[in-house]
Design a protein around this ligand. Structure first.
Ligand code: NDP
Ligand code: HSE
Length: 437
């Protein structure tokens, strides 16, 4: 049988990894797919840039639309990134009757609903395994492997760059900016690295996971996002002292009122496996009602781990080329006309435990003032640490762990504590998740 001809958009980190993996494992991949997969066309911004792989046999262009519109190309692999250009290219490919594979979580989270609707109309596949958690086949696991379950919640470390930064800062005391620069050099970071450190990239991925887990449309604009830039060394140390690790977590939970969709730094008990996921590795915990808790672990970024997911999708697409479009796995796991309108909850309506750190006057009565506010708000304190004041300082650090409480209620209590004359500056708040089964 003739090889399936692929048009590759982007020859950067992931594009390069995809070429390398297909070249190295081509024969074995063909045995799995039933046909050889050949990149015949490719586009990049600069055609003169030296690349650490061979582009022999590919027709190269600096115009990605030339690839998308070439009648020879059967499958388009979009690895350029970004929102609008990528969407336009993918829509054009779909209109041309081509199947699409993409690693672009930003595009899927923002424009996935319209992209999938158009793909459904045209009877083509849009595969996006590489968009979430790099090389971990979490989309396949959720969409197919866990199809028997009513998913209750999921929580994941789903940004490799952020986890790499937090790990290096904690283990080696390295500076934030230094580690970020290394993550960029290693090809882990997004073109705009604020997407990584401010949690936007993780929110894109969480939006996709939540849709597939709970059968709701993609609603990136409703995700709550807090980054890791304000985590201090002290908080990392106090968390360890209390038996916790700080991880940048995406959490989505189904409640009777709606779906929680939030990305924020989180204290996790250090004995949990996910608390020990370090460096560029990612992990996603999924709790289904039948299977119980399940954990998926692997490299969350980088050329070949991500290419592993891209090429896995290519194999799926090639295997399904002759299948009836009506009988393919739905893009968002649920049949498109059976999506639910369960709302995404505002963060004020969610419930977690909290780690709070504040600087207080070193005098009697301060603790009584704070505990009175918590008591009046119905918030129970789980643990408390008072530190010695630093040399020459007039304030003492107070660290508290609370039990689970509604975020709106906690906001009110924090407002009242910050207004106390014995409290210096803002209260630092980090959410706590126990993630017990
Ligand atoms: P890179 O920046 O390394 O590569 C982007 C590629 O797109 C480059 O080859 C670039 O060309 C090309 N390109 C950019 N703009 C244009 C344009 N207008 N016309 C033609 N070509 C263009 O990005 P990555 O490979 O890191 O990321 C690609 C996608 O994969 C993104 O959506 C990203 O979020 C996603 N992703 C990345 C992961 C990673 O670990 N890096 C992991 C998972 C997903 P040139 O080389 O000439 O500059
Ligand atoms: N910038 C992303 C990360 C790439 O660091 O996780 C993988 O999606």
């Amino acid at each position: 049988m003739n090889p399936v001809k692929v048009g590759l958009l982007g020859l950067g980190t992931v594009g390069g990894g995809t070429v390398t993996v297909l070249q190295r494992n081509g024969e074995e991949i063909a045995r799995r797919a039933g046909r050889a997969i050949q990149i015949t066309h490719a586009a990049a911004r600069s055609l003169d840039k030296p690349r650490p792989f061979s582009t022999e046999g590919m027709t190269l262009s600096s115009d990605p639309f030339a690839v998308v519109n070439d009648p020879e190309v059967a499958v388009v692999v979009e690895l350029i990134g970004g929102y609008e250009l990528a969407r336009d290219l993918v829509m054009q490919a779909i209109d041309n009757g081509k199947h699409v594979v993409t690693a672009n979580k930003a595009m899927i989270a923002k424009y996935g609903n319209e992209i999938f609707a158009r793909a459904q109309e045209k009877g083509v596949m849009v595969a996006f395994e590489a968009a979430v958690a790099g090389g971990i086949p979490i989309i396949k696991a959720l969409r197919e492997g866990l199809a028997a379950n009513r998913i209750q919640w999921l929580a994941g470390i789903i940004n490799g760059t952020g986890n790499f930064i937090l790990t290096e800062m904690r283990d080696k005391g390295r500076d934030f900016a230094d580690v970020l620069a290394e993550a960029q050099a290693l090809g882990y970071a997004e073109a705009d690295p604020t997407f990584d450190v401010e949690g936007i990239d993780a929110a894109h991925k969480l939006t996709i996971l939540a849709s597939i887990a709970f059968g709701v449309p993609l609603q990136f604009d409703k995700a709550f996002t807090e980054g890791i830039t304000r985590i201090t060394r002290e908080d990392v140390c106090y968390a360890e002292e209390l038996g916790y690790r700080i991880k940048h977590l995406g959490v989505s939970r189904r409640t009777e009122a709606g779906i929680e969709l939030r990305v924020h730094p989180t204290l996790i008990p250090h004995r949990r496996l996910i608390a020990n996921v370090d460096g560029v590795m990612n992990a996603v915990l999924v709790k289904g009602d039948a299977v119980g808790p399940t954990l998926y672990y692997g490299a969350g970024a980088g050329a070949e781990p991500t290419a592993s997911a891209v090429v896995g999708d290519l194999v799926d697409v090639v295997r399904a080329l002759t299948s009836d479009p009506e009988n393919r796995v739905p893009h968002l796991a649920f049949q498109p006309d059976r999506l639910s309108d369960l709302p995404i909850l505002p963060v004020e309506a969610t419930e977690t435990a909290y780690y709070l750190r504040m600087e207080a006057d070193d005098r009697p009565g301060v603790l009584a003032d704070i505990t009175r506010i918590f008591g009046e708000s119905g918030i129970s304190i789980e643990a408390f640490i008072q530190k010695e004041p630093a040399e020459g300082a007039v304030h003492v650090p107070l660290i508290l762990l609370t039990q689970r409480v509604n975020e709106g209620k906690m906001n009110e209590a924090i407002g009242r504590i910050e207004a106390l004359s014995c409290i210096n500056g803002a209260v630092t708040r980090i959410r706590v998740e126990h993630l017990d089964a």
